[in-house]
Design a protein around this ligand. Structure first.
Ligand SMILES: [Zn+2]
Length: 248
């Protein structure tokens, strides 16, 4: 990790839909090392603490918030408080690319710190050396999956979704699919989320080269989810864990 020409993904939190004991909910760092671009992708509880292990919060180029559920956005409040009282904030506001409804939930009193921009289905933005494109998934409030391209590599992030949406919506050529797999197949239909089987199937159909499953419910065994996803994907699958990093 960390050399020019490489896009990296670092897991800051991967529990769904709440943080388990000592854990953190959804959050990731995506970095283009050629352009020096750093994006905080979802900000679930516990992820601001972990983010500070890997980067200076004042060096963030953008924050992406996939939807308004607290397990994906609540830690933005931590950044705002730290910027105001701890970090000696002397920079332009950080661009926040958020699904509709997120700002209303966590965006209050962030003037000078956050530059809120609402993005929607089918929209795209450029942040430094990264191209980001958004698609709506099969989830309760408007939820946006993200395709991130930089340093000649492509990452696809499902955000939260039920099985009514497919990773293939993010296009072809995904070097790594970061897909939610909240539980195993015996729980299918109990919530608007994917099982590991469904995550593996949609990643295979999308032609993704690698699969990392995430958003595991804290009481579901990690190895059961990983093995079920690998069986459906037909190739190696990693189970996200805090601090784990991937080079694309
Ligand atoms: Zn979630």
């Amino acid at each position: 990790m960390g050399r020019a020409g490489v896009l990296t993904l670092t897991v800051l939190g991967c529990d769904g839909s709440h943080a388990g004991a000592g854990g953190a909910a959804s959050g990731y760092l995506v970095r283009s090392w050629t352009s020096g671009t750093t994006v905080w992708l979802d900000a679930g509880p516990g992820t601001f603490a972990n983010l500070q292990r890997f980067c200076d919060p004042a060096a963030l180029d953008a924050i992406v918030l996939s939807h308004e559920h607290g397990d994906h956005c609540s830690d933005v409040a931590g950044l705002v408080t730290a910027a105001r009282h701890t970090l000696g904030w002397k920079r332009d506001p950080v661009v926040v690319l958020a699904a509709p409804g997120v700002k209303e939930r966590v965006g209050k009193e962030a003037e000078g710190i956050l530059d809120w921009q609402t993005v929607g289905d089918g929209e795209g933005r450029t942040v430094g050396g990264l191209r980001l494109d958004f698609w709506r998934t099969d989830h309760g409030p408007v939820t946006l999956a993200v395709r991130l391209e930089g340093d000649g590599a492509t990452l696809g992030y499902s955000a939260d979704s039920g099985p009514g949406w497919a990773l293939g919506a993010l296009g072809t050529g995904l070097d790594l699919a970061l897909c939610e797999a909240t539980y195993t197949k015996d729980h299918e239909g109990t919530a608007q989320h994917m099982s590991a089987r469904q995550a593996g199937s949609t990643a295979k159909a999308a032609g993704a080269r690698r699969l990392v499953v995430t958003h595991r419910w804290p009481t579901i065994a990690a190895e059961a989810v990983r093995a079920e996803a690998a069986d459906a994907f037909g190739g190696p699958v990693a189970q996200a864990a805090v601090g784990r990093g991937y080079s694309l």
